[in-house]
Design a binder for this molecule. Structure first.
Ligand SMILES: Nc1ncnc2c1ncn2[C@@H]1O[C@H](COP(=O)(O)OP(=O)(O)OP(=O)(O)O)[C@@H](O)[C@H]1O
Length: 221
């Protein structure tokens, strides 16, 4: 079996002394869509944050293509942390209300020192891919709909061409046509780049349509 994957090995996380994840293993290989299911509070979002390299587990570890990842967030080299992207349920909680959509999309590029002109061109290309018209790009989050803002978050997630994309209830509050369009953008991206996708959803129809296999997380102790 190839070690090419994003994987959690024996991951444990507690909040305030309460263990939410205990010895959890999960593997997402290139090109596959792993559905993650489990009761509310079982730790699906926590596991997604660990795999997104945003939260270092207290025990266990994450590997990226067989290499153990030590630490999380900005403790990691940009070349490692940009290989994984995450899309959350609430785009408003995930965006800076002071920035226009074009700057929101370009944020990860600026953070890694991409020259401004190049960042702007890449943001425009991604905006087009997710169906945002140029007139929306100067608007700030308060002046766009949730669906438009989630499109910008998807563009931002794809801006570094991640090998793994984690979708945490990412289309839950969207209307059916926006949901279908975002899912199509993600599956096209996945096909072109052989990206691995982790799908967290409470929607059984979406899970059945999209996931190539499903992992069940038991209720937290
Ligand atoms: N930052 C935090 N501080 C304290 N407790 C937290 C924190 N984040 C999550 N929790 C708790 O950890 C448990 C797991 O939360 P998590 O969001 O990972 O579960 P989930 O399976 O994604 O739930 P849902 O399906 O409802 O979104 C819950 O009991 C939650 O209240």
């Amino acid at each position: 079996m190839t070690s090419t994957a994003l994987a959690a090995h024996g991951v444990a996380v507690s909040y305030g002394g309460r263990r939410v994840l205990d010895g959890v293993d999960l593997r997402v290989a290139p090109g596959e869509t792993v559905g993650l299911r489990g009761p509310s509070g079982s730790g699906k979002s926590t596991l997604a944050r660990v795999l997104a390299l945003l939260h270092a587990p207290e025990a266990g570890h994450v590997t990226l293509d067989g290499h153990r990842v030590a630490g999380a967030r900005h403790r990691l080299p940009a070349a490692v942390r940009t290989r994984v992207a995450i899309l959350f349920q609430s785009p408003r909680a995930a965006t800076d209300p002071r920035l226009g959509l074009a700057d929101i999309i370009a944020e990860p590029l600026r953070a890694t020192g991409t020259p401004d002109e190049q960042a702007r061109a890449r943001a425009a290309e991604l905006a087009d891919l997710v169906g945002l018209t140029p007139d929306l790009l100067a608007r700030r989050p308060h002046a766009v709909s949730d669906g438009q803002l989630q499109r910008a978050c998807l563009a931002r997630a794809l801006v570094h061409r991640p090998d793994y994309l984690l979708c945490d209830e990412a289309t839950a509050m969207l209307d059916a046509s926006t949901q279908a369009h975002l899912a199509a953008v993600i599956t096209d991206y996945q096909r072109q780049h052989a990206a691995g996708v982790l799908l967290i959803t409470h929607d059984p129809a979406l899970m059945a349509r999209w996931a190539t296999r499903v992992v069940d997380l038991p209720a937290a102790a």
